[in-house]
Design a protein around this ligand. Structure first.
Ligand SMILES: C[S@@+](CC[C@H](N)C(=O)[O-])C[C@H]1O[C@@H](n2cnc3c(N)ncnc32)[C@H](O)[C@@H]1O
Length: 234
């Protein structure tokens, strides 16, 4: 059994194993501040800085690598980031099982693994079969900020987002107004590497159970036809 530790800045670490889904985020981190989520926070530079700068808001980070999860947990505890919860786990698993829907005022995804081989595209955070999970975190009016140096993936993400009803997508001509946000972004900007940045805003709630048309179209169902002499179903 793989246990998923959970860290709330301030020192509590426990497993999600016995917690009911969807996770009761308000119980985990009481308050009425809006939630921002970062998926794949790496060394956690952006998440911690944002959390410290916006103490009236609440922050949830998801990271699959234990060493980065623990690094952020240690830094947050040291620097007093008490409005931050870090989850160690696979993001698509957490999005499809534990996390509530429509609660985040902002979702941040910076330099996610591009999974360049086409047989691995289904592991991407943004693919026709997964994009609804990421966008499903947003409440109406919520924003998604995305950046990648893998330009072909960025173009695909822009195309997928353009098909989402009620989502306005803007391609930034240059850096974020607040400059490089994450470690990867700082490293790539210093190296002069091109970066594709998207800022999207959900103007209207996503239709219930919205699935990307390309993802839904790939799902097939087969039922064996009745044989003569079978009892009619029902
Ligand atoms: C290229 S790094 C970028 C880190 C950070 N966002 C930055 O810009 O500096 C990608 C990060 O996403 C994490 N990651 C990759 N796949 C993930 C998944 N399925 N669920 C959660 N985290 C994931 C990796 O462990 C890694 O820390």
């Amino acid at each position: 059994m793989r246990l998923t530790p959970l860290y709330a800045a301030g020192g509590v670490e426990r497993s999600l194993y016995r917690l009911p889904a969807p996770l009761d985020l308000d119980r985990l981190l009481p308050g009425d501040g809006p939630w921002q989520v970062e998926i794949g926070f790496g060394k956690g530079r952006f998440l911690l800085e944002r959390a410290l700068a916006c103490p009236e808001q609440r922050f949830l980070g998801i990271e699959v690598a234990s060493k980065y999860f623990r690094l952020l947990a240690r830094r947050a505890a040291r620097r007093g980031g008490r409005n931050l919860v870090a989850l160690r786990g696979e993001a698509l698993y957490l999005l499809s099982t534990f996390l509530p829907r429509g609660f985040a005022s902002a979702v941040h995804v910076y330099f996610p693994d591009p999974w360049p081989k086409s047989r691995h595209h289904k592991r991407r955070l943004f693919d026709p079969e997964t994009v609804d999970l990421v966008l499903g975190l947003l409440r109406p009016g919520g924003e998604l900020d995305f950046a990648t140096d893998f330009l072909a993936y960025g173009e695909r993400v822009a195309e997928l987002l353009a098909a989402v009803p009620g989502l306005e997508v803007e391609r930034l001509p240059g850096p974020w107004p607040d400059g490089a946000r994450t470690n990867y972004e700082a490293k790539y900007m210093a190296a002069g590497r091109p970066i594709l940045r998207l800022a999207a805003r959900l103007r209207e709630p996503l239709p219930e159970l919205w699935l990307h048309p390309d993802g839904r179209a790939g799902v097939l169902a087969a039922v064996a036809p009745p044989r003569s002499g079978d009892e009619p179903a029902g």
